[in-house]
Design a protein around this ligand. Sequence first.
Ligand SMILES: Cc1cc2nc3c(=O)[nH]c(=O)nc-3n(C[C@H](O)[C@H](O)[C@H](O)COP(=O)(O)OP(=O)(O)OC[C@H]3O[C@@H](n4cnc5c(N)ncnc54)[C@H](O)[C@@H]3O)c2cc1C
Ligand SMILES: *[C@@H]1O[C@H](CO)[C@@H](O)[C@H](O)[C@H]1NC(C)=O
Ligand SMILES: *[C@@H]1O[C@H](CO)[C@@H](O)[C@H](O)[C@H]1NC(C)=O
Ligand SMILES: *[C@@H]1O[C@H](CO)[C@@H](O)[C@H](O)[C@H]1NC(C)=O
Ligand SMILES: *[C@@H]1O[C@H](CO)[C@@H](O)[C@H](O)[C@H]1NC(C)=O
Length: 519
Amino acid sequence: MRVLRVISLLPIAGALNSRDEAHNAKRIAIIGAGAGGSSAAYHLAQYATEASIPTNITVFERNSYVGGRTTTVNAWDDPNTSVELGGSIFVEVNHIMVEAAKRFNLSAAEHNVATRLQIPDLGIWNGKEFVIITRADEDTWWDKAKLLWRYGTAPLWTNRLMKSAVGKFLSIYDEPIFPWKSLSDVVEQVGLLEVTGVTGEQYLKANGIGEAFAKEIIQASTRVNYASNLPYIHGLETMVCMATNGAMQIKGGNWQIFANMLDSSGATVHLNTTVARISKQEDGTYVTSTSTGHTATYDEVILAAPLQYSDLVIDPAPEHVPDEIPYTKLFVTLFASPFRLDPKAFNLGADKPVPQYVLTTLPDNEEPQDNVGSPGFFSISILDQGINPHSSTPRPEYIYKIFNHERVTPKILTYILGHDVSDDEAEHGDVNGAVSWIYHKVWYSYPKEYPRVTFEEIKLDEGLWYTSGIESFISTMETSALSGKNVARLIRDEWVAKKADGELGGKSEKAEEVFQEEL
Ligand SMILES: Cc1cc2nc3c(=O)[nH]c(=O)nc-3n(C[C@H](O)[C@H](O)[C@H](O)COP(=O)(O)OP(=O)(O)OC[C@H]3O[C@@H](n4cnc5c(N)ncnc54)[C@H](O)[C@@H]3O)c2cc1C
Ligand SMILES: *[C@@H]1O[C@H](CO)[C@@H](O)[C@H](O)[C@H]1NC(C)=O
Ligand SMILES: *[C@@H]1O[C@H](CO)[C@@H](O)[C@H](O)[C@H]1NC(C)=O
Ligand SMILES: *[C@@H]1O[C@H](CO)[C@@H](O)[C@H](O)[C@H]1NC(C)=O
Ligand SMILES: *[C@@H]1O[C@H](CO)[C@@H](O)[C@H](O)[C@H]1NC(C)=O
């Protein structure tokens, strides 16, 4: 019998008819259709197919759209002019994003605004002056910095330091380290604890990176990417900010990667649907209830959103409850204007154009605090040029993005554009005005990336999984996607182990039933 069963089990999964398949399918609920949840669905569907395990995946998303913190809005409500409101850029070492873009045939956006306008592409502003201005034809920060003899060997050493950290990070993508059950353990195992456990400031100092380079270039990067000065962000996230090779974004919006992942997974996606409660049953399954009162039963639940913002009740409390942690409250303002930034506002001569990307750092005499400091904003960039279709005669305009620590005021807009912007315009835009379109958004964008050496659990309880703990380690679209993939693999491994257990230990009644039916 035992021999028979072992033999018969092998072809059974493939031989299941659709009725049996539906009957035996593992039921998985994924809460959140951002990078983490979409990637979990995509990879779980693949792993399950490879292991011939039938699944029925349901994704719940409270927003009306897929993508979560990765989403676009349309300037002038024109779908041809969409701009990223959240996660904008991924880079060459972001393997999941890059491969998905290829697989789904999504193309990269091209915004060679600086080249087209023949303006410098990047300037670092300290609230008083530009400490550096670079041109578009110099490729990466490293190429740019190489030319800047003022930094000596600091750019070279920073580049090596970054490559070493990225190399260690990439080792968690592959066996034998992947999949990992504990992020805390894996961070230690690959030697990144020393990097996450100290501030960027400490890490750079300990590695002999010159202060000028750290303050002017690296801090500008941590400010634009994580709204943080070097003493308030850990060493690894600081290094992530310097890994900019092959920076790209998807034409029409990065969210399309996640939409395609969900499509390809075959999951049922419920938009506009908040999961209000999940309750563990005696048999180990979970009942989810949506805010409108619909309930359903699942074998596994993946929470793919920060618990603290999910408005979710988990009943009873799971074995591990993720801590509430401080997140950055980031004010993102997108707006369109026919005007370029006023050189006067940046202490430049009238004939000197303001660079496309204005990043910021602090002036020499200012101690970095856990806030934006005297420059008053984190960054202002021109994202694109477009035609305002609603002005009395369609006119070419620039589309800007400001990252700030508070709501952008009419006064600030008036100052940087050098043209009057009324209260109403700063609120709603005026199709023929200095600000023709404006969009204000407040995000809890990412955790404050303070140094830490432990990270939230991935498996909160039997059958309950959490992707968002990775955000305190590195908060990017890629790492959320990686976390979703890791959870998918852990779930698959448990299923496979149980199946093997069933085969060898004779516990698999279902398989036997099916076997007999097949006979
Ligand atoms: C302004 C900004 C700029 C950024 N820039 C970059 C960048 O350039 N590059 C980069 O890689 N990353 C960037 N990031 C970070 C990146 O966007 C995020 O790390 C990533 O998108 C997080 O994905 P996630 O799936 O983990 O979480 P989320 O995208 O937050 O997805 C969670 C989803 O769960 C849903 N949800 C929550 N609770 C419930 C519930 N109870 N029921 C149903 N649904 C629920 C939410 O609506 C949400 O859609 C940026 C973020 C912001 C805000
Ligand atoms: C998946 O489960 C839902 C109920 O949760 C059910 O309505 C649906 O028919 C199932 N789909 C498949 C393919 O089994
Ligand atoms: C979700 O809600 C929005 C507005 O509340 C609506 O426009 C949209 O059609 C809804 N989408 C779905 C899939 O129900
Ligand atoms: C968007 O682009 C399409 C094709 O290029 C064009 O037909 C359409 O008119 C454009 N829409 C607007 C609002 O400009
Ligand atoms: C990929 O996209 C390009 C351009 O968008 C198109 O020409 C090509 O046919 C697409 N290929 C596939 C396999 O879909």
